[in-house]
Every structure is written in C-alpha cells, then in structure tokens.
Design a protein around this ligand. Structure first.
Ligand SMILES: NC(=O)C1=CN([C@@H]2O[C@H](COP(=O)(O)OP(=O)(O)OC[C@H]3O[C@@H](n4cnc5c(N)ncnc54)[C@H](OP(=O)(O)O)[C@@H]3O)[C@@H](O)[C@H]2O)C=CC1
Ligand SMILES: CC(=O)N[C@@H](CCC(=O)OP(=O)(O)O)C(=O)O
Length: 346
C-alpha cells in the first residue's frame, strides 16, 4: 500500500516516516507540506538522508487521493477540518492525528479548542481510533480520528475498571505528565528551554482540550460517569507521558490480585498493553520509541483507593504508532504489523 503524510515536517509526521520504514506492507510514497514545498525532506531533517529522497509536495487533495491508498494527516488543530470535507469523498483511507474529529459535538469542540469545529456531517463519518477498544469499528472504517496522547494513556488505564463498573464514578482524578515533544515542534514561551529545563509546571488547569475527549469515551463505557478531574504537567524530557489515576473502589473484595486479573484478562489479546506485577510500576523510558502502553496497579487497603499508572511514548502510541496500528486494522493486517519495536533504554 502507498501512504502519504501531510505535516511530515512536524514531530508526529517525521515519526510516522521513521516507523513506516519498518512496515512490510506500507511504503511512504509522498510527503506533503504547506510551507516548504519543493524542498527535500532531508534538508529539513538531515538524519533521514539515507532514506528515499523525498521532496515536499503541495497539499493537493485530488492528487493525494490519486496517488496513495492511505493518508496520514499530522497537522495542528483546525487544518484537517479544511482538508477532510474534500478528501472524505475520495477513494483513500484517512488517519487524522489532530483533535479535529475526536469530539462528537461541534459546539463542545469550539468551547474547548477555541476555534470553530468541523461539519457535523463529516464528524459522523469519523471513527475514534482507540485501537484496543474500538477494533471492529476501525476495521470497517476508512476515516480514523486518532486519539490524543493523554487520552490514550488515560483511557487504556481506566477502561477495565470503568467497563466492569468497579469504581465510584464520581471519584476519578487523573494526574498526567508529558514530555515537551507533546507540544509539537514550534517553540513557544512555555516550551522554551529556559522555561522547561529543570522545571516542572502545571498547565491548562481545568481547561485542557483532552478533558471532553476523555469524558466522551468514558460515558460510552458507563453512561453514569459524570466529570473527571484531569490535570497536565510539563516534564523536562523529550518524549513520554505518565498518567497516574486515582479512583475509589466500590467493592471491599478488591485486592491487587483481583485488579491484576481484571487488567490481564481485559488486555490478553492486546499486544501493546503490558500489565506490571505487584509493586512494579512503569516509567516512561521503559516504553520509549515503542507502541507499548505499560500499566502498573496498586490498591490501598486503608483508603480503599486504586492507583493506576499508565505510560506511553506520546509520539508513538500517543500519535504515529497508534495511527499505524489503526491503518493495520483498516487494511485487515495483524495490528502489530511493522510495530514490533524494543524500547530505547537507557
Ligand atoms: N506531538 C504529540 O505528541 C502529539 C500530537 N498530536 C497531534 O498531531 C498533530 C501534529 O502534532 P505535532 O507533530 O506535534 O505538530 P508539529 O507542530 O510538530 O507539526 C505540525 C506540522 O503541520 C504542518 N502545518 C502547520 N500549519 C499547517 C497548515 N496551515 N496547513 C497544513 N499543514 C500545516 C507543518 O508542516 P509544514 O509547514 O511543512 O506544512 C508542521 O510541521 C497535532 O494536531 C497534534 O495535536 C496528537 C498526539 C500527540
Ligand atoms: C505537552 C503538550 O503541550 N501537549 C499537548 C498535547 C497535544 C495533543 O495531543 O493535543 P491534540 O488534542 O491537539 O491532538 C497539549 O497539552 O495540548
């Protein structure tokens, strides 16, 4: 299959190109840019000069649809909703890495993203691509809205408890931390080296755009879920997300062993979700450069509170890796095709 990447000069786009080098059935045919048309991609990223000699092409929808079988769109929010209305009518599979098509209601989108959302009629054609929990719909879809990085780590961490109704639904607190590459490659005041190095900061308190995304999915799993508390922090590292989740249990019979059994069973057919043994908690480096989501669990007998620790690489399972996992599902291949990496460590 031939793939195209829109936004290849960004962090998720270049990660897509890197990961697809390992894919046996997908060949990156063309790469597209809005601002550097005609340049060689190796002029932007000399580290890929040994790969095929890609030139950055303009974003011309009929041409894209004509030359590739699947197009990955890795552009800032607000861009894909200008491309999708035309692209969607063409015979090409689409994976959108941005947040544009994740929320089902354009009014909610506008409230949290602070700019107008996509058309309702196009939103209805998008399938939310949380691979592990939406496989059948993804297999039958040709337009995937890839989840956000924080929602991926958080929802994989919460799913077994929420779906199996093991918790006090009003008690969910999510404390999430991200490396700086989560903010993309354009520098800003908050991602400036002097602001992030040897610093640890909280941001977008109670107004992060991933709050409605997380709540929307949780409500599909359990309609009684009200709101969640979700906070995000910047950590002075390049990649990685750790989502630490605190929840009150509703059952006195919960033990670490019962939690471990629940999670292991829930993810027994999910090659990328790995559950840690008792007392063993994952760190972000242990999934670095891979599509894994590693989950650690604890139960506090005194407070009856459950702690879930979920880590991913934001650019892989949180973006490019999950996008390829979803393309694999759409094409009917095993979902780990081309994604069997070993973490870069240390
Ligand atoms: N970074 C991460 O960890 C994650 C990011 N995402 C989402 O994926 C998307 C890409 O993120 P990321 O790679 O970090 O972003 P970057 O800012 O690193 O790159 C985005 C790229 O989009 C292109 N672009 C910018 N403006 C436009 C435009 N108006 N029209 C077309 N292309 C444009 C640019 O390339 P050029 O100038 O060459 O066109 C740019 O290199 C975002 O929506 C982000 O929210 C999702 C999950 C995780
Ligand atoms: C560290 C950092 O800044 N991370 C970004 C997450 C980017 C992302 O995945 O957001 P989308 O929903 O727009 O795709 C943020 O918190 O906004």
């Amino acid at each position: 299959m031939k793939a195209g990447i829109v936004g290849v000069t960004g962090y998720s786009g270049i990660e897509l190109l890197r990961l697809l080098q390992f894919h046996p059935y997908i060949n990156v045919h063309s790469v597209y840019s809005s601002s550097q048309v005609g340049m060689k991609l190796s002029e932007v990223y000399p580290q890929i000069s040994s790969l095929a000699n890609y030139s950055l092409e303009s974003i011309d929808i009929p041409k894209i649809a004509n030359e590739v079988d699947v197009v990955f769109i890795a552009t800032p929010s607000g861009v894909s909703s200008t491309l999708i209305p035309e692209l969607i009518s063409q015979d090409v599979k689409i994976v959108d890495l941005s947040g544009d098509y994740r929320l089902g209601d354009p009014a909610i989108f506008e409230k949290w993203y602070n700019h107008p959302g996509p058309r309702q009629e196009d939103l209805e054609k998008a399938t939310y691509g949380l691979s592990e929990w939406n496989r059948e719909d993804i297999k039958n879809s040709s337009f995937i809205s890839n989840p956000g990085c924080y929602p991926t780590a958080t929802l994989l961490g919460l799913a077994p408890l929420v779906i199996n109704k093991k918790i006090d639904v009003s008690s969910i607190v999510i404390d999430a931390k991200s490396g700086i590459s989560g903010a993309g490659k354009s520098p800003s005041k908050t991602t400036h080296y002097a602001e992030t190095n040897e610093n640890f900061s909280i941001y977008k308190v109670n107004r992060h755009q991933h709050i409605p995304e997380i709540e929307q999915v949780l409500k599909v799993w359990d309609e009684t879920i009200p709101y969640v508390t979700f906070s995000t922090h910047l950590v002075p590292m390049t990649r990685g997300i750790m989502s630490t989740i605190y929840i009150n249990s509703i059952s006195d019979s919960i033990t670490f062993e019962s939690l471990y059994e629940l999670y292991s069973t829930s993810y027994e057919d999910s090659p990328f979700v790995r559950i840690r043994d008792k007392g063993n908690f994952p760190s972000t480096k242990e999934v670095y450069g891979t599509n894994y989501c590693d989950i650690g669990l604890a139960f506090d007998e005194r407070t009856k509170r459950i702690t879930v620790v979920s880590v991913i690489d934001n650019l892989v399972k949180g973006a490019a890796g999950q996008a390829i996992q979803n393309a694999n599902l759409m094409f009917g291949w095993p979902e780990d095709t081309g994604l069997q990496m070993v973490p870069v460590f240390p």
